[in-house]
Ligand binder design. Structure first.
Ligand SMILES: *Cc1c(COP(=O)(O)O)cnc(C)c1O
Length: 438
């Protein structure tokens, strides 16, 4: 399987090339040259599937440069935590993607990307340096995902005093090959410093420098796995006599639209997904697109579901390309809506009172959107909502919505107890370069 640039269908590269470069030379994103079909027995729940075996099967269809046994070992590491399908109500289940080290779905992609990079570096006897700028969540997923991965050093630049204590602890206490850089400035300063470093040829050559942002294919492709897995779990839980060949709607709380692109790939591969429900917060670029047909990026608005506060979703072009930019075809598969902060809080309350489940604000946007979109689509089948983060990551919102304090899971307690070890620097490129060169 080759991967092509979004702008130029004849610019074909290997998985390795797409993984290491992130963005195509023409500045656009890479997409799979074609979408492979799942094998005939992939959705048979009577076969003894495990999460890693599903992952190896899915990833093997896209990645032919890594021997299958090796790929299997890699996914054993990347998918080392459970992804349970939990029933919330009749015809409404949550796929809990948040049991990894940073308690959010981004762990899956970050961990697989880390092991894939390490595999190729080992083959080539090379070392790699990664620099990322973070406003919180990406940095912690990358720090945890790349921890102790051979041949790779990571520098995470974060704005001093502008990320939560929990996020800082997850970035700045891990040590080893993860270097936390506390920048006296804003997130934009951090991003600018990383961009400057990536454009510095001397540094890039000396340190084999790259980045690990969320548009990398090495993060997107492993995410297809859990859609196939979730549908298999649904079939296993269903009343078998009645529901053979059960299909479901899938709802994805979306920000940069990478996760829902993975869902659309799963559907195209043959996973039994009926409708794709795309849930946005007050950042309504995509709901507006589905209303009007025109895609108009705008500055992002701050909401309670802040990992979805994106005004110019960078993966949306990948989703459009999957449908050959055919608006009617997209609308046929995807419904989209926007959920306000007030509606998010109401949904957190309703779900808690109804089932005792505490939703994080991102997942609550998904559940609220599902209730609305099911009605517009006259959909009577089950829906699986992606549980994108653990509620304990958002204690203030949980208290605001439910009036309770939520106990910290083990991963977060451990992070809070460790000693911070970051290097604090002014927002000056010279200082960053010196650090990366040392
Ligand atoms: C990143 C993130 C999202 C948005 O995912 P995209 O792939 O960017 O659409 C949703 N919820 C949580 C908790 C996230 O961290």
């Amino acid at each position: 399987m080759k991967f092509r640039s979004l702008l130029n269908g004849s610019l074909l590269v290997s998985f390795r090339e797409a993984l290491f470069s992130g963005v195509a030379p023409d500045g656009s994103l890479y997409v799979p040259e074609s979408i492979p079909a799942l094998p005939a027995d992939a959705m048979n729940p009577d076969t003894a599937h495990t999460l890693p075996s599903v992952a190896a099967q899915v990833l093997g269809l896209y990645i032919d440069e890594i021997p299958f046994e090796q790929l299997q070992r890699m996914v054993d590491g990347a998918f080392s935590f459970p992804i349970p399908l939990v029933k919330l109500e009749d015809d409404l289940s949550l796929l809990e993607l948040f049991h990894g080290p940073t308690l959010a779905f981004k762990d899956v992609g970050a961990r697989f990307m880390a092991s894939a990079l390490s595999y190729f570096l080992e083959q080539e006897h090379r070392e790699l340096t990664i620099a990322v700028a973070t406003s919180g969540d990406t940095g912690s997923a990358v720090a945890q995902g790349f921890l102790n991965i051979p041949h790779i050093s990571v520098f995470v630049l974060y704005p001093s005093g502008k990320i939560s204590t929990l996020q800082e602890q997850q970035i700045a206490t891990v040590g080893g090959n993860i270097h936390a850089v506390e920048v006296e400035g804003t997130f934009d300063d951090c991003q600018h410093l990383v961009r400057t470093a990536l454009a510095d040829r001397e540094l890039v050559r000396a340190r084999n420098l790259t980045t690990a942002n969320s548009i990398n294919l090495g993060r997107l492709i492993p995410q297809i796995t859990y859609y196939v897995w979730g549908l298999l779990e649904l079939q296993r839980q269903a009343d078998w006599e009645i529901d053979r060949k059960l299909a479901a709607d899938v709802c994805v709380p979306s920000g940069n639209f990478g996760n829902i692109t993975a869902a659309a790939y799963a559907k195209r591969m043959g996973a039994p997904i009926t409708n794709l429900f795309s849930a946005s917060n007050a950042n309504e670029v995509v709901p507006d697109f589905f209303r009007t047909g025109s895609f108009r990026p705008r500055p992002s608005l701050q909401t309670l579901s802040n990992a979805m506060d994106v005004g110019n979703p960078s993966n949306f072009a990948r989703l459009q390309s999957l449908y050959d930019n055919n608006f009617a075809a997209m609308k046929n598969d995807i419904s989209s809506t926007s959920v306000s902060d007030e509606e998010t809080l109401v949904e957190m309350r309703r779900t808690y009172e109804h089932s005792g489940t505490i939703l994080d604000p991102h997942t609550a946007v998904g559940v609220a959107a599902t209730r609305r979109l099911k009605a517009t689509r006259a959909s009577s089948g089950p829906t699986i909502v992606m549980g994108t983060a653990h509620p304990a990551k958002f204690p203030a919102v949980v208290t605001k919505a439910l009036g309770i304090t939520i106990p910290l899971p083990r991963q977060l307690q451990e992070a809070l107890q460790r000693t911070k070890q970051s290097t604090r620097i002014p927002a000056e490129y010279g200082r960053v370069k010196k650090l990366l060169m040392s």
